[in-house]
Design a protein around this ligand. Structure first.
Ligand code: SF4
Ligand code: SF4
Length: 144
């Protein structure tokens, strides 16, 4: 059995117990939360599209203005402990959602592999994303 004192924080700590740097490190960088979703007016079902926020840098695999993201983009949600009950809109693989549910993060998470690239087959880039533009109709880009 693993010694709890040597076990990593992502296995032993709850979200409430994380330091700020641990909280930041929990993000795997998948980018899935930067893809647009649309909600069906009839049944409230939420559909993921492969259209990325206009502020996302697809080549760099990251937000192009992370420090100012909430000022730049109205719908960019800040993930905080206070909003933990809203985490169910995040992808099922999101480490914040998983830890909120008391579940383990996936084996390909960069915290485990020590390689940021191991997320790519599981993140936004596996979905062939395009950047948001005015003329785009999100319904045309819903992912099955
Ligand atoms: S979905 Fe979760 S793990 Fe992926 S980039 Fe967004 S916050 Fe980070
Ligand atoms: S502002 Fe940045 S972090 Fe926020 S949704 Fe857009 S690309 Fe993602």
């Amino acid at each position: 059995m693993e010694n709890i004192e040597t076990a990593p924080f992502w296995e032993t700590k709850t979200l409430e117990e994380l330091t700020q740097s641990e909280w930041e490190a929990l993000c795997d960088g998948c980018g899935l939360c930067c893809l647009h979703r649309i909600q069906d007016e009839d049944d409230d079902a939420i559909y993921l599209t492969r259209v990325a926020c206009h502020c996302y840098d697809i080549a760099a695999h990251a937000c192009s203005d992370y420090a100012n993201r909430h000022e730049r983009v109205e719908g960019c949600m800040k993930l905080t402990l206070e909003r933990v009950e809203e985490f169910d809109w995040l992808p099922e693989s999101c480490a914040y959602r998983l830890r909120h549910q008391g579940r383990a993060i996936p084996s390909w998470h960069p915290l485990i592999t020590k390689d940021p690239a191991t997320v790519h087959p599981h993140g936004m880039h596996a979905l062939n994303p395009i950047l948001e533009k005015d003329e785009i109709d999100l319904e045309d880009y819903i992912i099955d």
